[in-house]
Write a protein that binds this ligand. Structure first.
Ligand code: HEM
Length: 407
């Protein structure tokens, strides 16, 4: 099956051995496009992309706990915790995310994106930073904070580089210099964020009070670092994918803009487009779990205790049995327009007990940001295919070079 030229074919070559995490992502796409849907080795892991296996894996977190070795370097959090530790950590933030996502709070989300997505930021190549600042503001408000999020955006830009190194250390044999560099970067970043958050007395007070109600032993800084990263990088990556694809599809851009100019961000045309963006280029392209017990099976198939299982979200989203013409990017894909897609073949936010904690917020934020931009700007057409970078999230490169012209 021939892939369409959304992603750069030059980047999507099967490199043996894989030299970095971007090469691993290339394998996810290539295997999916070749229709290789059965379990296969992926480095030290076993890669799966079958919806029944995905469903079994995600619905039994005790039997298939999380494995996030590199994330733990940055701080422990609900993202990588398991069992009762996870439950306590979840209770610290989940009610706050739920509240922030309520329709009654929608105006606050719009305000954050209005404030940061200024003409100057958009037209001076600073859109990525502005989006990070807006998403961080939404995150900070959810946790009761009031801090200026510009320094947090810069801190997140640095964190992305730290995460690339952390991933490399986890997946390949690192040199001593790389290990030392990672430890140094992690220590610096923790200290920097501690400094930024110390200025936000409201957030510190609010979180401290919640912590006292729950469990004093939680490393609050680690919890905030990883939640912040999970809640902003993914959202911004999704928006950046959408902008980059729109820049290469002027007609889609005009069709969506016409719908938005006649209504609000809740347009079904925009929503179908966003779903297709997240199908084609999932910001979280794979999820990793381990097999906890001896004699375990995954959807009836025996698996080995201690085995790391990598669920390819790319593989699910391009699975030939569940999607018509999966390699084609189709903004009006019938599976979304008719709402007929297989629920376990589309998991951009994961599923089961460990489903994304900020799903409601994320969906609203992506639609608000795109609506805000498309109503005011035309994104100049770009002909070249997109290159990507994987740093915990999958992101398109070159968003700062897109050209935005006032409507
Ligand atoms: C489009 C944006 C987003 C995408 C695609 C996304 C995707 C995901 C995925 C796939 C997971 C599961 C990770 C795993 O199992 O290893 C996850 C977990 C999580 N996400 Fe999101 N996410 C997004 C936005 C957000 C936002 C805005 C927040 C909060 C403000 C958030 C908070 C979390 C948390 C706390 C978890 C861990 C859930 C748990 O295990 O307790 N995410 N997200």
């Amino acid at each position: 099956m021939q892939p369409t030229a959304i992603l750069d074919p030059a980047q999507l070559r099967d490199k043996v051995p894989a030299r970095n995490v971007d090469d691993i992502v290339a394998k996810l796409f290539l295997r999916a496009w070749k229709g290789q849907t059965g379990p296969q080795p992926l480095g030290r892991m076993q890669m799966i992309s079958d919806p029944a296996e995905a469903s079994d894996l995600l619905s039994r977190p005790t039997d298939f706990p999380k494995y996030y070795s590199f994330l733990t370097e940055l701080g422990q959090s609900r993202l990588d915790a398991n069992g009762t530790d996870w439950e306590k950590r979840r209770d610290l933030t989940q009610p706050l995310y739920k509240d922030a996502a309520r329709t009654a709070n929608r105006a606050k989300l719009c305000d954050a994106y209005d404030r940061w997505l200024t003409d100057e930021a958009i037209q001076s190549g600073q859109i990525g930073r502005a989006l990070l600042a807006a998403a961080s503001e939404v995150f900070s408000h959810a946790l009761g904070g009031t801090v200026d999020t510009a320094p947090i955006a810069d801190w997140l830009i640095n964190l992305r580089q730290t995460a690339i190194l952390a991933q490399h250390v986890a997946m390949f044999d690192p040199s001593t210099v790389q290990l030392q560099d990672l430890q140094k970067r992690v220590a610096q970043q923790r200290q920097q964020l501690r400094g930024i958050l110390a200025q936000d007395r409201a957030l510190a007070q609010h979180m401290h009070e919640r912590l006292m109600e729950l469990d004093h032993s939680i490393d609050l800084l680690g919890e905030v670092i990883i939640n912040l990263f999970a809640g902003t990088e993914t959202t911004v990556s999704s928006i950046c994918w959408a902008l980059n694809i729109l820049a290469r599809r002027p007609q889609t851009q005009e069709e969506i803009a016409a719908h938005l100019l006649g209504g609000g961000p809740d347009s079904p045309v925009l929503s179908n487009f966003i779903q297709e963006v997240m199908r084609y280029c999932p910001p979280v392209p794979l999820l990793v779990r381990t097999v906890a017990h001896e004699g375990e099976t995954l959807a009836g198939r025996p698996v080995t205790q201690g085995q790391m299982v990598a669920l390819s979200i790319v593989g699910l989203h391009h699975h030939t049995d569940y999607w018509s013409d999966p390699t084609r990017f189709d903004p009006t894909r019938k599976e979304f327009v008719e709402n007929s897609y297989h629920r376990r073949a589309y998991l951009p936010f994961s599923a089961g007990p460990r489903v994304c904690g900020g799903l409601g917020l994320a969906r609203a934020e992506v639609a608000i940001a795109l609506s805000h931009i498309l109503k005011r700007y035309r994104i100049a057409p770009v002909a070249t295919p997109i290159r990507y970078e994987f740093s915990l999230t999958l992101r398109p490169l070159g968003t700062s070079q897109l050209q935005f012209d006032r409507r």
